[in-house]
Design a protein around this ligand. Structure first.
Ligand SMILES: Cc1cc2nc3c(=O)[nH]c(=O)nc-3n(C[C@H](O)[C@H](O)[C@H](O)COP(=O)(O)OP(=O)(O)OC[C@H]3O[C@@H](n4cnc5c(N)ncnc54)[C@H](O)[C@@H]3O)c2cc1C
Ligand code: SF4
Length: 475
């Protein structure tokens, strides 16, 4: 599609990249999203920077294969409704992915402008704007299946994988029930990811749409405890396992353990509950404290930035590798630095020190990276006599997540060597007939956009299976 837009065919030269972001000193005052909703003019100008380069590297780098050049072109022309039609054809939650995808590693990282020294088009921001505009204008259609089917699907987990699958299956007329052990649907979108990246109302309008479209939510129901997988298999014609990964890796160091540290997800859930208007139930709070967060992934970034907003005295992120070798998004590190977080790179926790029975410091070893070797991640080695102490009266462990022992309740369910649910190559079928799995439960800790992709694709595979069952043909 030929780009015209207000900035003309060479818009990327005339118009620099502009992502409307709240000033750090302002945004740390609350938990609202830091990316400010752009004006229509800003969206038109930014979308008009797309050069329509002919080889859509951005689209190839998007796990959903979103038709980015087309909806950018339409946005530049203020054809928002058509842009929405195209954006929603490949994604069940464009306004959510547009907010929280690590675009620097996905679509925007591959944008031709980025590759050729100009700054990338603000693809994520435009996508979020298209989705928000669609909700504001009532263009987001309710789920109204053309005809109802008697077959039912039970989904374990109301996170993005389960939600995406429910959306597509309900559209096809299946009776869909989602079971979740939490009291609200949304998975990590509602209780993990903080409001400054994704406001709760954005998630809730999606879960509301599913409920209004006939998806049944059974909350406060833990599969494996309150109901067994076998019971779900008896009740439903197919089951999708989309229960994520929640076993937090624990810090192995003298002095560490319950009481001396806070688990990252507990900490984030407490703040998310506050954002949702719940009364404070004696939850962890960083106000006035010296906080050290151990870890270098996106969960660690969310914790340090939450602590800043809670009014911590100091916030330090301790990570054993350097900036270039951390798993978290460079964009989130930059946001955290702007908000006053100190990064202690190449520091590995050695022990938690205490005074009067309370944690007072983290003792850390200074590390160095080993010499680079072809095809190998560089190792870290301690620097002799490099120990140092970081004052800390609140230590948050953000060392990543592994699958829980879900399979203990279903011994015939095959697992991978990483304890994730094993699925057939190139698909979503598990070792149990009629049982499928998707999202983090299969991939291990990953991204929302991959969970959405898996949920949508798993729904298509379940649809084929159920249709074959209905016709009496083995799928
Ligand atoms: C703090 C944090 C920040 C993140 N930030 C980002 C980000 O900015 N961008 C990004 O793309 N990704 C981010 N991620 C990763 C992303 O959230 C996940 O990859 C994604 O949510 C996985 O989706 P899912 O549906 O597979 O699982 P989840 O979102 O984990 O949902 C699983 C659901 O299953 C439920 N459940 C689990 N076990 C059971 C059971 N036995 N019975 C019933 N219900 C059960 C859980 O309560 C949960 O609601 C972040 C992750 C964390 C932890
Ligand atoms: S889903 Fe994510 S990767 Fe794909 S276009 Fe949107 S922001 Fe980019």
């Amino acid at each position: 599609m030929q780009q015209k837009g207000p900035s003309g065919p060479q818009g990327f030269v005339v118009q620099p990249r502009r992502l409307p972001k709240a000033e750090a000193s302002v945004r740390v005052q609350d938990f609202g999203e830091i990316i400010v909703k752009p004006t229509t003019e800003n969206v038109e100008v930014q979308a008009g920077r797309c050069t329509d380069c002919g080889v859509p590297f951005c689209q190839n780098a998007c796990p959903l294969q979103n038709n980015i050049p087309d909806w950018l072109g339409l946005s530049a022309e203020d054809e928002m409704r058509e842009a929405w039609r195209i954006a929603s054809a490949t994604s069940t939650m464009p306004e959510i992915c547009g907010r929280i995808c690590p675009q620097d590693r996905l679509c925007e990282g591959s944008c031709t402008l980025n590759q050729s020294g100009w700054e990338a088009v603000t693809i994520g921001s435009v996508e979020a704007f298209i989705g928000d505009t669609a909700f504001d204008n009532g263009w987001v259609e309710p789920i109204r299946p053309l005809h109802e089917r008697a077959q039912s699907v039970g989904i374990v987990g109301a996170g993005p994988a389960g939600m995406a699958a429910a959306d597509r299956l309900r559209e096809q007329g299946y009776q869909v029930t989602i079971y979740d052990r939490h009291d609200r649907p949304g998975g990590l979108l509602i209780y993990g990811i903080p409001g400054f990246k994704l406001e709760k109302r954005v998630v809730q309008r999606r879960t509301d749409r599913l409920a209004e479209g006939g998806v049944e939510f059974v909350l406060n129901c833990e599969v494996g405890k309150d109901v067994t997988l076998d019971q779900l298999r008896d009740k439903h014609d197919a089951v999708l396992l989309a229960m994520g990964v929640y076993q937090a890796r624990a810090l192995q160091a003298p002095g560490a353990g319950p009481g001396s540290t806070v688990a990252a997800l507990d900490y984030l859930i407490h703040q998310n509950r506050r954002d949702l208007g719940e009364q404070d139930g004696g939850w962890h709070h960083a106000e006035g404290r010296d906080v050290v967060v151990i870890g270098g992934g996106d969960t660690a970034m969310d914790c340090v930035r939450t602590a800043v907003r809670q009014g911590a005295k100091s916030v330090t992120c301790l990570y054993r590798r350097d900036r270039d070798n951390m798993p978290g998004s460079a964009r989130e590190v930059a946001n955290a630095e702007e908000e006053g977080v100190v990064f202690e790179w190449l520091g590995a926790p050695k022990a938690l020190m205490s005074k009067g029975g309370s944690t007072s410091a983290v003792r850390a070893a200074r590390m160095a990276l080993s010499e680079p070797e072809f095809g190998k991640r560089r190792d870290i080695v301690p620097v002799p006599d490099g120990d140092f102490d970081l004052p800390a009266d609140m230590v948050i462990e953000a060392l990543g997540f592994e699958p829980e022992a879900f399979a203990a309740h279903s011994p015939e369910l095959s697992l991978s060597q990483w304890n994730t649910v094993a699925v057939a190559r190139g698909g979503f079928a598990t070792s149990l007939p009629g049982v499928y799995a998707a999202g983090d439960a299969v991939r291990g800790a990953s991204l929302v956009v991959w969970a959405v992709r898996d949920g949508q694709d798993a729904a298509a595979e379940i649809d084929r299976y159920l249709k074959a069952q209905a016709e009496g043909v083995a799928a």
